[in-house]
Design a protein around this ligand. Structure first.
Ligand code: FES
Length: 165
């Protein structure tokens, strides 16, 4: 069993590179329609959109912070909370559901001590709920990062998770 979820700031996986952020702001702040690419680059840099970075973006783009939050929360691609090094997506689509994906998800939650949508305290894993990921022939399926694991049983989960340090 891994430790449960927490948002302990001192354990953030990536404190980011604010020098690089300043370079990006210089590159994008004069460009029309550059806010979304700027947010994408920022997320690449930090793994999510930290508040201090959003404040810097708001100042550089001369727009209210609320506008930046509005854009960041509108698009599902942006994350306002830090995520784990390994993102686990257990498919809950119909084909996977029929073949027992809820038992797979329950086992992952039990192994990690967190719920779907949460991140382990050590920022190793995040569980993300997801619908069909297009590999129904392998149901039940989950993805860890870019890797697909199929024909799963709850018993396989501990071994698979241990492969992701
Ligand atoms: S329903 Fe799970 S991959 Fe399609």
């Amino acid at each position: 069993m891994f430790e449960g979820a927490c948002a302990c700031a001192q354990q953030l996986p990536n404190n980011g590179d604010y020098d690089r952020l300043a370079e990006l702001l210089n590159k994008y702040k004069q460009q029309k329609g550059a806010l979304i690419p700027m947010l994408q680059e920022t997320q690449k840099l930090f793994g999510y959109l930290p508040e201090p970075a959003m404040e810097q973006i708001a100042r550089a783009f001369a727009v209210p912070l609320g506008h930046i939050y509005g854009v960041a929360t509108f698009y599902a691609q942006f994350y306002l909370e830090p995520r784990g090094r390994h993102v686990i997506r257990v498919c809950q689509g119909t084909a996977c559901h029929v073949r027992g994906s809820s038992k797979i998800l329950d086992r992952v939650k039990q192994e990690l001590g967190i719920n779907a949508g949460e991140t382990t305290k050590d920022f190793r894993y995040t569980i993300e709920p997801v619908a069909c990921i297009g590999a129904c022939g392998l149901a039940p399926v989950m993805m860890i990062n870019e890797n697909t694991h199929g024909r799963l049983t709850p018993e396989m989960m501990s071994k698979i998770l241990l492969k992701y340090e």
